[in-house]
Design a protein around this ligand. Structure first.
Ligand SMILES: Cc1cc2nc3c(=O)[nH]c(=O)nc-3n(C[C@H](O)[C@H](O)[C@H](O)COP(=O)(O)OP(=O)(O)OC[C@H]3O[C@@H](n4cnc5c(N)ncnc54)[C@H](O)[C@@H]3O)c2cc1C
Length: 433
């Protein structure tokens, strides 16, 4: 290629472009998120509602995330790679599996689990998604598995020595999750699984894959434990995501995969059995946006105090204060809804509609909160180095997974009206073709 002479001169001076300036050198007016800001969003003293044990765990998780994850998260998010080096220290927190009980699992209360999860999401939503998917896999084995399966799989999963994933969604069936097309055919000594799964978190490296497939004899959905490297199993990373980029979401192909009888989950005999797990995971997912909003608020408050325009800190301007107040109000309200959800769950009074309203409403408010935060940081609001842009993008998949905003609204709608409106009116089988 012939370059114009001006550019030729430049390339001759040096054959390598200079590396980008470190953001703290390039922009010294504000501290980047690798040094995470103090937690300052607990305006209504939610902490007062927590037990000493809950407070201690909260601080332990917060310290781990700020010290070990905050300094590296922007780099790994940008590379869309998983930082495997954090696993031993993450395992030391003793929270993998969250409220899963027994067999080395932590058996935390749902409140403690939710608070720990929010603390992780405050610093990095991908890290929280990774642990959540893993824990949902554990919970499924604990609640639907045989004694032998629990003994065999749970202890090493609890120590993060092995990793799990949870595979329900398929390319053709997302919101319409119960329509599962993947099949499980009974053969001598086991099952043959055929089909495809999409979006499955951790699946590219998971040791234990919990797969949902339709039993061709009963036509019901069953659960199977498929092991890494099983012949016929292939998981390929989905590239070019705009959110939770650290999470390795995969497309899974299952071609003639043999699963021995001892790896079929005996307690998972229909789609209704997934509700045992989905109730918990919906509450846990509802706490991710709370944590994300907390981190964004913390970052914004520090940034606005540090950065000056028109001769004053940005924090001194009325419009910016109004946005901060709105964000802080959202966080107080989201936290109290999330808290109440945990308490209803504890008392066995949480309905599917409650969980869905919590998840949908909290994600809506969090989406507003992170969008305000993105605005407040100006140009740096689109840089992962200042956290808010990353959190803004991470909110998008969370708004969509574990049931989209719409689907969760419809679950609540069905409960409060008595009418299910998932299916479009007037769509006969024939007109669908
Ligand atoms: C980052 C990420 C991680 C994920 N991790 C996992 C995982 O680990 N395991 C797993 O099994 N799945 C996972 N999922 C899948 C996730 O649960 C689905 O993406 C989600 O359920 C939505 O399905 P879909 O993407 O096919 O959207 P669709 O179902 O195609 O929906 C598209 C749009 O149509 C709307 N819509 C659909 N049906 C209706 C209706 N009846 N009425 C009104 N509106 C409707 C939806 O709300 C949405 O806005 C993940 C997804 C993402 C993005």
């Amino acid at each position: 290629m012939i370059l114009p002479s001006k550019f030729q001169d430049e390339t001759e001076k040096s054959d390598k472009p200079s590396p980008p300036l470190d953001v703290s050198v390039a922009f010294p007016q504000a501290t980047p998120a690798s040094v995470f800001p103090p937690s300052v969003s607990d305006y209504y003293r939610f902490d007062d509602l927590l037990s000493p044990e809950e407070k201690t765990l909260r601080m332990k998780v917060r310290e781990f995330m700020e010290k070990e994850v905050a300094p590296i998260m922007a780099e790994y998010w940008e590379k869309a790679e998983f930082p495997f080096q954090i696993l031993p220290k993450l395992a030391d927190l003793g929270i993998a599996g969250f409220n899963t009980e027994g067999y080395g699992s932590p058996g935390l209360s749902i409140t403690t689990s939710a608070i720990a999860n929010a603390e992780i999401a405050r610093v990095d939503a991908s890290c929280s998604t990774f642990l959540l998917v893993h824990s949902v896999g554990m919970l499924t084995i604990a609640s639907c598995g045989s004694e032998e399966q629990k003994q065999k799989y749970l202890p090493s999963l609890a120590q993060l020595k092995t990793i799990a994933c949870w595979a329900l969604t398929e390319p053709e069936y997302g919101s319409d999750a119960s329509a599962v097309n993947t099949t499980a055919r009974k053969v001598e000594g086991g099952w043959i699984i055929d089909g495809q799964k999409r979006w499955i978190g951790n699946s590219t490296f998971a040791d234990v894959l919990v797969i949902f497939a339709r039993n061709t004899t009963t036509n019901q959905i069953n659960g199977y434990i498929v092991k890494k490297n099983s012949p016929g199993l292939k998981a390929t990373k989905i590239a070019n995501k705009i959110g939770v980029r650290i999470v390795q979401n995969g497309d899974i192909l299952l071609k003639n995969v043999f699963v021995p009888d001892e790896d079929r989950l005996p307690g998972l005999n229909s789609f209704l059995d997934t509700n045992k797990v989905l109730a918990v995971s919906r509450v846990m997912v509802a706490w991710q946006p709370i944590g994300i909003s907390m981190g964004v608020y913390d970052m914004c408050l520090r940034y606005l105090k540090e950065r000056k325009q028109f001769g004053a800190p940005l924090a001194a301007f009325q419009l910016n204060q109004q946005k901060l107040s709105l964000m802080l109000g959202n966080i107080q309200a989201m936290t109290l809804v999330g808290w109440r959800l945990c308490k209803l769950y504890d008392k066995g009074k949480m309905t599917p509609g409650h969980a869905s309203l919590g998840k949908s409403w909290i994600t809506l408010r969090a989406r507003e909160t992170v969008a305000l935060g993105r605005e407040l940081l100006g140009g740096n609001g689109i840089l992962a180095d200042f956290h808010v842009a990353k959190a803004f993008c991470d909110m998008e998949p969370i708004y969509t997974y574990e049931g989209t905003y719409d689907i969760n609204s419809l679950v609540t709608g069905r409960e409060i009206t008595g009418f299910a409106s998932f299916k479009a009116p007037g769509m006969s089988k024939q007109s669908r073709l």
